[in-house]
Write a protein that binds this ligand. Structure first.
Ligand code: NAI
Length: 319
């Protein structure tokens, strides 16, 4: 992917995720055009991205090349889908998570784009084969799933459909790296993709430990933020095994027996999250320190902390 300044990407849907993608592409020099159907939304999105970029610049969190002003200038908005797509080599769809809506949007895109244009969906759980099967350009369609907030959490799950061209998968992977993201490629579509499988496995045991009265809600989260999470921002579970013994094989020889006993004896129950009484109890516990009205403030704090972590990680990488 060459000379990004000459190249244009189209963002379909200018909400939370669309704006984050726009800032990421603009940071890497791409001309970025946002399209939306909601009157007034584009204006909010343009102001929103400009304000965010300025704030990030002031705090030292701005990514990529150029000033916040220069990056904001690379982002434009239009209420015409055709105009948004004109000259774009890559389209990132970011409309709400609704199958019929996504199918409709992809039909519209399919009718307007040329044969070389890549069409990626930001979908969190709908697969490309559900959204784009049978379209004329379906070989160019895949899912590129970001993690909230994408500007500071670089992972992107690339999930091709059986009909997606392998060449498109490689190109999207390269493009994600070019904008500073960290792509992983699933070899096939599956329910929940990959991140949520791990996340749900983690939630399962948190729920079970809470429900059986082993730990308080605060202590369960402390276990992650002060324990596992300290490692996992830098070292994943497999490398942890590798490091905590003399390699993975040695780890398994030393710890398999203990691990298998824990797994067999404690991992029976897959909790049912429809269990409203438990959900209410956990929420009540949390509400002491974090009542619902304080969630926006806490989200802003979270994004600030993730920004600092993201900066630390990129400083470490370039050191
Ligand atoms: P959002 O509701 O903030 O934004 C959606 C935007 O799409 C709105 O501005 C809406 O006006 C616009 N829209 C609706 N119909 C449209 C159409 N036909 N054409 C163009 N624009 C249209 O939603 P959000 O959170 O940005 O999510 C977008 C996608 O990203 C969803 O598929 C979601 O599952 C996925 N996603 C969301 C994450 C999150 O944490 N919010 C994380 C990762 C992925």
């Amino acid at each position: 992917i060459n000379a990004p300044i000459q190249r244009k990407v189209a963002i379909i849907g200018s909400g939370l995720i669309g704006q984050n993608w726009a800032m990421l592409f603009a940071s890497a020099g791409y001309q970025t055009s946002m399209y939306d159907v909601e009157p007034g939304q584009l204006q909010r999105a343009l102001e929103g991205t400009r304000n965010q970029l300025t704030k990030y610049e002031q705090k030292g969190f701005l990514k990529g090349t150029g000033t916040a002003e220069e990056q904001a200038e690379r982002i434009s908005g239009t209420g015409s889908l055709q105009e948004c797509l004109n000259g774009a080599f890559y389209v990132q769809e970011c409309v709400p998570e609704n199958l019929e809506l996504k199918q409709k949007v992809f039909r519209e895109l399919d009718a307007l784009v040329g044969n070389d244009v890549i069409l990626a969906s930001s979908s969190s759980c709908l697969c490309a084969s559900m959204i784009a099967d049978g379209l004329a350009h379906m070989q160019n369609v895949l899912v590129a799933h970001p993690i909230n907030p994408p500007y500071f959490v670089p992972l992107v799950e690339i999930v091709p459909a059986p009909f997606t061209s392998p060449d498109v998968v490689v190109k999207v992977r390269d493009l994600m790296k070019a904008i500073g993201q960290a792509p992983i490629t699933l070899q096939r579509e599956c329910l929940g993709f990959a991140l949520n499988r791990i996340q749900y496995a983690c939630i399962n045991e948190c729920w079970n430990m809470y429900k059986t009265g082993l730990l308080s809600a605060a202590d369960i989260d402390s276990l992650c933020t002060n324990g596992l999470g300290m490692r996992y921002a830098f070292i994943g579970p497999l490398e942890t095994m590798h490091l905590n013994a003399n390699g993975i094989k040695d780890y398994c020889e030393r710890y398999a027996q203990g691990a298998v006993r824990v797994q067999e004896e404690t991992f029976h129950q897959i909790p049912v999250l429809y269990d409203t009484p438990t959900a209410e109890k956990i929420q009540d516990d949390w509400a002491i320190s974090l009542p619902l009205q304080k969630l926006p403030e806490r989200r802003a704090w979270r994004d600030n902390m993730l920004a600092k972590l993201s900066k630390l990680k990129s400083d470490e990488k370039s050191a």
